[in-house]
Design a protein around this ligand. Structure first.
Ligand SMILES: C[S@@+](CC[C@H](N)C(=O)[O-])C[C@H]1O[C@@H](n2cnc3c(N)ncnc32)[C@H](O)[C@@H]1O
Length: 155
């Protein structure tokens, strides 16, 4: 199963980039025996000033055809980590690829959000999009450890 993260903006070298790289590296190692390919991050230009619609256009072009669209949005569903892992496994078992989408400073264009197959939230507070990348990378790694039965996650 292929998992991509399509995100607005370029993550510069720094603590967030180091954390994302670390979690994605751990995911790649844990996911190898689980039928989960290494995660690819696709960055699109931050079009602050020209509006969300321009970013939505770039994101639409970046999203792989046929992928299940999982949008990150504070208004979305709040699954537990084990539920998140189970849902990923269910998509994998149906041979579906996933594309997680993270908006820019203005958020995700409503027309793009309307295309979501699943909207997930990391709580009702709004987080900076670069931190959301770190949180998503960690949750994906956590999901892989849950599916692998390793003791990283504790309820
Ligand atoms: C700074 S936020 C944009 C907030 C924007 N004002 C809005 O109303 O959507 C940038 C992106 O980070 C992600 N994000 C921020 N907070 C989030 C949360 N609590 N749960 C899930 N994703 C979140 C979303 O993808 C959002 O588009």
């Amino acid at each position: 199963m292929r998992i991509d993260i399509a995100a607005v903006g370029r993550l510069r070298k720094g603590p967030e980039a180091a954390m994302v790289a670390d979690y994605l590296d751990r995911f790649a190692r844990t996911g190898r025996g689980l039928g989960l390919s290494p995660i690819r991050v696709i960055e699109v230009e931050d079009k602050r000033g020209t509006g969300m619609a321009a970013e939505a256009e770039l994101l639409s072009r970046a999203i792989p055809a046929g992928a299940v669209l999982v949008m990150l949005d504070e208004r979305g569903e709040q699954p537990t980590s084990p539920d998140f892992a189970r849902r990923i496994a269910a998509f994998r078992d149906r041979a579906r690829d996933l594309c997680f989408v993270i908006g820019g400073a203005d958020g995700l264009d409503p027309a793009l959000r309307a295309r979501a197959d699943w909207q997930i939230s990391f709580g009702r507070m709004v987080w900076p999009h670069m931190l959301v990348r770190v949180m998503l990378a960690e949750q994906l790694y956590r999901a892989a450890t849950i599916l692998a039965g390793s003791p990283y996650h504790r309820d």
